[in-house]
Design a binder for this molecule. Structure first.
Ligand SMILES: [Zn+2]
Length: 192
């Protein structure tokens, strides 16, 4: 595989910051801001769209941890994030990467959002309404992502078992108590 990210990950020669089962976050060696970090999938996925949906939650967790870390340790007052998908969008390596840019008080571009290099285009309400209609989709969340996780099922089973055990125990205790009562009664009767 001649993918640079795949080679880097395999070599282990990364300035690693954080690792999860499917992602690795490491320092960009050609940063535009101090602490610029790349969050990259360990497996080769060409771009954001080709990431399996079940990995998206993990990606968000990793990215959020990276952002929090940068904000607290580098005293970056702001953080911008970008994903370039496709060569035309500036994606240089065809392997998914999310770029985290720490933003600092002293930088020349402070306060400018990452999308600001796009010049505003001419449009009107009618055109925008048409566009919204064209782009509107009904998002159907697949059953796969709605299925409870294995651990969840196990813990539910465990709590079911616990309930059963509790009931059994309570039952036993009750029968013991009634037995005790009856024997006590008998004893009492006998003593009297
Ligand atoms: Zn790759």
């Amino acid at each position: 595989m001649d993918c640079l990210f795949c080679q880097l990950i395999e070599s282990g020669k990364l300035l690693k910051i954080l690792e999860s089962p499917n992602f690795v976050a490491f320092l960009d060696i050609a940063p535009r801001t101090k602490g610029q970090t790349l969050v990259v999938s360990k497996k080769h996925f060409e771009n954001f769209e080709s990431l399996p949906p079940e990995l998206l939650g993990e990606l968000n967790l990793v990215t959020q941890a990276v952002v929090k870390n940068i904000k607290s340790k580098l005293k970056a007052k702001g953080v911008s994030m970008a994903v370039n998908s496709g060569e035309l969008a500036g994606q240089r390596i065809p392997h998914f990467a999310l770029i985290v840019y720490p933003r600092y008080e002293e930088e020349e571009t402070k306060g400018v959002p990452v999308g600001a290099f796009f010049k505003p285009i001419e449009t009107n309400e009618e055109e925008l309404t048409e566009l919204a209609k064209k782009l509107n989709i009904k998002l159907s969340v697949s059953n796969k992502t709605l299925e409870p996780k294995k651990e969840q099922i196990i813990s539910e089973k465990k709590s079911e078992q616990k309930e059963q055990l509790k009931e059994e125990l309570v039952g036993k205790l009750k029968s013991r108590n009634t037995k005790k009562k009856t024997t006590r009664k008998k004893e009492y009767v006998e003593f009297v």
